[in-house]
Write a protein that binds this ligand. Structure first.
Ligand code: 9G3
Length: 566
């Protein structure tokens, strides 16, 4: 491709509203242009990189027997009404009317569409398991689009859906996709970790998110420094601390803690450390009033607590509900003498010898409470948000935090959609059964941005070879010099005939401009035809390492083949 005709409008200055480095570089390198908030045009440089990412995805999914198809973006409202998501998805679901005034949605994901399609297409268990995927534009009306392709309102996703007649079959596919994702992201050149995640509104139980490590990432991942354990912060667990010998109990004393609203207030009034006072939280757990107690410095992790307590929903009790149930205000609640209110205690309380807590009398706390002795615990659970340095739940190493970009997710959906859409198959006894389903997503456009977040330097992008828009940047440093121009032109032809992808900077620009643009675009290797063209020598520079060497033009093609195959 000749750069004199190539559409890549580079920019010198950094656009003001581009707050992620990938967003800045994609704009400056002429890889994308914003059309509206969260809506982008992929210019040729980005389109070429995305095509390579898609090729890697197709190769790995076709290898495990997945079949590519393409579903519509225009979804009739009826489908989403049948699954109940027409209402529940709120303003993020883009809705529109056609010329006949019929309601449609612009597809944010395709569980409804694919389930209806398979329902009418698959009758027998003999056709299972089935895994279909598409690479297609998704629409989600994000309230605050930001960071360029990292959080857009229109983006490219690979979404796959699998259909099974048994939990074993679904489990097998789940892990086959999990492994395929690891191969995909490794080939793309990303540093990533699969982490245990929360299935949220998708129902089902198992789900892993694939996180590309990057400081701009909006998700916090937690991982062990000595094992494979990794989870997102919502789900991360830690090992229970060793139990302490509780000597002191049955001697609790009531102390005045006037106007104590928080653990810190009580700590100040009692001259104790906040961590040695209970944080007592009254919650409605599936509508049952429940008391959760944690050490004062810990935070309740509501997502993990729901999983640990096997509940569907949890909300904090209102002040009135607290006063009605305990006869005291929320700042003076504790587990002592609460009758038959269920009490779940965070497992970090095991390490306490004595504790203070609200006395269930407004303005009073108990001290010298015997943990687990002066009150009855229904069960100890891991309810708290973990902290760096906590012991890993698998007993190996300690937990570390990192920021990540979610680039993929695999879900076991179960029958959540096949039941709500009545999608059944006939099992081997001829009985109609709802399909078991899995779904699997990769943010394709987001992956481009993740690659740039992980592969750039002060001069610009540093493309990994596997997804670089071109392999070689060929620069004719002075197109007015016949020798240089001739050699550059002949090399351009020769390399393309050797099926090497070349972006040829044949523009009548100064060498300095060409070098700057070349560093900004970040192709893996630059070949400069300059002063030594007369002697038949060219200069080669490896973008990633900065390594430079001079080569006779005749050896260039073989050197490049070697370099590109490494
Ligand atoms: C919606 C809107 C936004 C959404 C969804 C639905 C996220 C929605 C979760 C998924 C689950 C998986 C298949 C590929 C992998 C991810 N945001 N999700 O369902 F209507 Cl507006 O998309 N889908």
């Amino acid at each position: 491709m000749r750069q004199s005709t190539f559409l890549a409008p580079t920019m010198r200055d950094v656009p003001a509203d581009a707050d992620a480095i990938s967003h800045q570089l994609m704009l400056r390198a002429g890889m994308m242009r914003q059309i509206a908030s969260g809506v982008y045009a992929y210019m040729p440089l980005a389109k070429r990189a995305m095509a390579k990412i898609e090729t890697i995805i197709r190769e790995e999914l076709d290898k495990i027997g997945a079949q590519e198809l393409l579903l519509p973006s225009l979804h009739p409202a009826e489908l989403w009404q049948e699954s109940g998501r027409w209402e529940s998805m709120g303003d993020e679901l883009i809705r529109l009317k056609d010329r006949h005034n019929r309601d449609f949605a612009l597809g944010p994901t395709h569980e409804e569409v694919i389930t209806m399609l398979i329902k009418d297409g698959i009758a027998s268990y003999k056709k299972l398991p089935l895994n279909v995927y598409q690479i297609q534009t998704k629409f989600r009306d994000e309230r605050r689009p930001r960071f360029g392709l990292l959080r857009g309102r229109e983006f490219i996703m690979k979404d796959a859906y699998s259909f099974h007649d048994s939990a074993e079959s679904l489990d097998e596919m789940y892990w086959a996709m999990h492994a395929a994702y690891s191969r995909i992201f490794t080939r793309v050149g990303l540093t990533f970790r699969p982490v245990i995640a929360d299935s949220g509104s998708m129902g089902g139980k198992d789900t892993h998110e694939f996180m590309a490590l990057a400081s701009v990432g909006e998700d916090t991942i937690v991982y062990s420094d000595e094992s494979e354990y990794a989870a997102n912060l919502e789900m991360a667990a830690s090992a229970a601390p060793p139990s302490a010998e509780v000597q002191v109990y049955g001697r609790l004393e009531k102390k005045e803690t006037p106007n104590a609203k928080t653990v810190d207030d009580a700590a100040a009034a009692l001259g104790l450390d906040a961590d040695d006072i209970f944080k007592a939280l009254v919650v409605m757990l599936d509508d049952e009033l429940t008391l959760l107690i944690l050490r004062g410095n810990d935070e309740l992790n509501e997502v993990k607590a729901l999983h640990e307590l096997g509940a569907k929903e949890m909300r904090m009790a209102t002040e009135q509900e607290v006063v009605d149930a305990f006869g005291a205000s929320p700042g003076s609640i504790g587990p002592v003498g609460v009758g038959n209110v269920p009490i779940y205690a965070d497992h970090r309380i095991h390490s306490m010898k004595t504790i203070a807590c609200g006395a269930n009398e407004t303005g009073y706390h108990y001290v010298h409470v015997g943990p687990g002795h002066d009150y009855t615990v229904t069960a100890y659970k891991d309810l708290r948000t973990v902290r760096e340095g906590d012991p890993s739940p698998d007993g190996k190493g300690t937990l570390r935090f990192a920021e990540g970009i979610e680039i993929g997710q695999v879900f076991k959906l179960g029958t959540r959609y096949s039941e709500s859409l009545d999608a059944k198959y006939l099992d081997s006894n001829g009985k109609a059964q709802p399909f078991l389903m899995g779904c699997y997503g990769i943010g394709v456009s987001r992956t481009i941005a993740a690659v740039i977040e992980q592969h750039h330097d002060e001069f610009g992008v540093v493309w990994p070879k596997a997804v670089a828009p071109f392999h070689v940047h060929l620069l004719a440093l002075n197109v007015k010099n016949e020798e240089q121009k001739q050699l550059a032109e002949s090399l351009y032809q020769e390399l393309r005939e050797a099926s090497i992808e070349v972006l040829y900077d044949d523009r009548p620009e100064r060498a300095g401009v060409k070098f700057k643009d070349s560093d900004l675009m970040g192709l893996p290797v630059r070949v400069s035809v300059g002063k030594r063209a007369g002697e038949g020598f060219v200069e080669v520079k490896v973008r990633k390492t900065g390594e430079q060497l001079e080569l006779p033009a005749g050896e260039l093609a073989s050197w490049l083949h070697q370099f590109l195959s490494e």
